[in-house]
Ligand binder design. Sequence first.
Ligand code: AQP
Length: 328
Amino acid sequence: MKARVLSGVQPSGNLHIGNYLGALKNWVRIQHDYESIFCIVDLHAITVYQKPEELRAKILEIAALFIASGIDPKHSALVVQSMVHGHAELSWLLTCVTPVGWLERMTQYKAKTQAIETIGDGLLQYPVLMAADILLYQAAIVPVGEDQSQHLELTRDIAQRFNSLYGATFVMPATNLPAVGARIMGLDEPEKKMSKSAAGAGHAVALLDPPEVIRKKIMRATTDSQPGVDFETMGAGVENLLAIFQAFSGWSDDQMKPHFTGMRYGDLKKQVAEMVVSQLEPLQARYREITADPAYLAGVLREGAERVTPIADSTVRLVKERMGLYTP
Ligand code: AQP
């Protein structure tokens, strides 16, 4: 039996090239080596307010983008998190073994709650729900961007704590980061990671941005005051543009260095923009085909939920038994 892979994306905004290079591209690369489950984690998205109609539309948009990016629904299960009850149920069971101090230490929790007056409990519980997503399927491999490394460590801590309290139950999941593109930075603020919720119009390239918008955003990206690319002294903005090029192209370091050394920033940006446009145009064409057939997408999501529900149910049952709940 193949080991299981699990990962997910929140339907909380426009998917960007950071999500693609940090997560989706890697999923596509490894999906056939494993039994693969990819989730649209809508229960995570509602930890901050989402307009209901927009959220419903976003869930389908993200599912279509998974397939357009190369996820093969005949092999990999595409799952809307809220369609499988085990996610929420296991999350509660794991909440009961998780010290609150572990959750308060999470950097994403601290960052997300900085600007909020009333902090919803869901934001604190977010990493427990993520642990539940992974442990529910006994996933061995979790391909994510670097920002999720801390949450993965916490998942292992929760699994270990549960195993030591109640006996060996959970597989320890390993973090799988892409070699290049694990942390794509904002084009306007290269010291901050590219993020769906950042406000700036030039911050992120969305996967569905038209070519002209992509070109404009990349040509306006923040660089530094040097005349051209110097791999020894470059600033974060230039490093980020090169990372974007390398992650999309698949070029090695040995190809990157001689090609870009000394190149003026205007030319660098043009080459990055054309690389991104050339990679996203076929993805966007596939997206349009998929969304032209809503019944197909609905079928993929129904079938995905049906495929994984027995796995989820058996884990929840095992956990309940281990904890001493009544399971006739
Ligand atoms: N900038 C990034 N570089 C590389 N990988 C990234 N990921 C996110 N941003 C980058 C990876 O994308 C996957 C899905 O992310 P998510 O939707 O679960 O939430 P997020 O990481 O919180 O994404 P955003 O874009 O920053 O959304 P908001 O602004 O809503 O918080 C994950 O594997 C993540 O590592």
